[in-house]
Design a protein around this ligand. Sequence first.
Ligand code: CDP
Length: 219
Amino acid sequence: DVPVICIDGPTASGKGTLADELAQALGFWVLDSGALYRATAWAALQAGLDLNDEAAVAPLAATLPLRFAGGQVYLGEENVTEALRQEAVGLGASTVAALPAVRQALHALQLGFRRVPGLVADGRDMGTAIFPDAPLKVFLTASAAQRAQRRHKQLIFKGVSANIEGLLADLEARDLRDKTRSASPLKPAQDARLLDNSDLTIEASVDQVLAWWADQRPF
Ligand code: CDP
């Protein structure tokens, strides 16, 4: 039974950073499930598809030539790491993520990341739909204002200009879409531990989850 730690939560709550740090500390693999939805949106946009066209987009998701290597994401031969991080692709991802056939197509792909010695899975439905038997599920939140500020910092760091009000509006729109869709809506699993990191450092968040993990272990 390969253990999985699920980190679910809204956009820009720090899931990716937390997942990477935990994986590093425990020597586990990481699944950035958002990258799968982003890659699907990116491939659909490249193909000129309507992102709401379930019958056209789902086959793309089912055959994504996606590869993670050395911290980079490849689609076929193309390095799409930067392309996938664009805000427009994030918004597109939340559109295709609402299509049940797309979620279905990506399900098996995600299960394949569960490998020894363990996995840290970052997403929206890791604990509720993909790894319901995971021994530790964390639902990570932070205030919308904090999250907009973090996303702003990330963009500035990359040399992209952005304004906080616009980012706040975008992330609230995306959260609303993620929470209200019928297929695997964003919500904490029944047995999830809630972690609000609005006022926590990354290190403190990592320590909290490692403490829960240590508690969790049967030996
Ligand atoms: O980095 P950020 O949190 O903004 O986005 P992400 O985790 O890369 O996810 C992008 C979008 O994909 C989200 O807004 C969700 O709509 C969707 N998604 C999902 O539905 N289920 C997942 N397990 C992961 C992402």
